[in-house]
Design a protein around this ligand. Sequence first.
Ligand code: NAD
Ligand code: TDX
Length: 332
Amino acid sequence: MDRILVTGGAGFIGSNFVHHVLAHTDAHVTVLDKLTYAASEAALAGLPADRFDLVIGDIAQPGTVEPLVRACDAVVHYAAESHNDNSLEDPSPFIQTNIVGTYTILEAVRQHGRRLHHVSTDEVYGDLELDDPQRFTEETAYQPSSPYSASKAASDHLVRAWVRSFGVQATLSNCSNNYGPWQHVEKFIPRQITEILMGRRPRLYGTGENVRDWIHTEDHSSAVLRILERGRIGETYLIGADGEKSNLDVVRMILRLMGRDEDHFEHVTDRAGHDLRYAIESEKLRSELGWSPVFSDFESGLAATIGWYRAHEDWWRPHKEAVEAAYAARGQ
Ligand code: NAD
Ligand code: TDX
């Protein structure tokens, strides 16, 4: 694959993947990104001009997508509206980008016979009880809870239908919660770190017993590249790093790593329909494609992430107050 089109490549996870591909392959990368509030051109600064370009545009516009897909060998599709809380306020951009946008990409890869990797989330499977010995596998039934996860589930179904009905050469992956540099301050870990940096208290939705399965975004990128290069067409691979932690434990760990009292947080209004627990069984990816995560120690990955937010206040500070005003309006 000489030329890879990365949709959503100016976002948190997509930009990490762009750096990963440029560092580990000889491919040229074109990013297609609408540059929504969640995008960050700074995350793509300094990339080699002969191997990288950025096209600003909407994945739901066929006239934008078609020539870019024609010009590439493979598409890696990250672009999405990604925040559950926003989807509860206004689902409409989630339907438009995540469903209509994915449909638009699928029609272009069908027309031009291009390889596609579709990036999705473990949230399509709904949630697990805290004491359930099972984890999500590639066979788990879909049961999404929020407008966000329902829109991602719909996009996954479209991809599988285009594989089966039209022979599109696609793979899919569903990953657990990512953390690392360049994540928007609306999300849980960056919100809590930056609240502490601003002298305020972290805010836990509800009891804080909810469990997320954390993976460093660099490990997500290495998994996606492995699937792009070696995955079997039509297959789905779950990506996870055995990183289950309750939100309460994560907040306490952040407070401790930042030299604060571990009980120095607040409980706030719970998220509507809040999924209780996500947990990924990634055995298929590990045994079939030989992938394994590098960031196996969550606490040291979290400490490095805290260091990154300390050093990049110029980047996150301009977004911080608007995000907090929206949370405050909802009692969160
Ligand atoms: P993000 O919100 O940080 O970035 C999304 C990017 O997509 C932004 O750069 C944005 O400008 C772009 N975009 C949005 N709408 C667009 C449109 N219509 N046309 C072109 N570009 C558009 O999201 P993220 O956290 O980096 O997530 C990336 C992908 O990974 C998403 O598909 C998400 O569902 C999936 N995912 C995320 C996580 C996680 O923990 N964040 C976990 C598993 C899967
Ligand atoms: O202030 C907060 N307090 C809090 O307790 C925020 C912002 C969140 N939470 C909780 C809600 C979740 O249980 O923390 C957990 C993580 O919240 P988010 O960062 O919003 O992530 P989540 O809803 O789990 O979804 C994330 O992982 C799956 C990504 O945003 C999705 O794009 C991805 O698909």
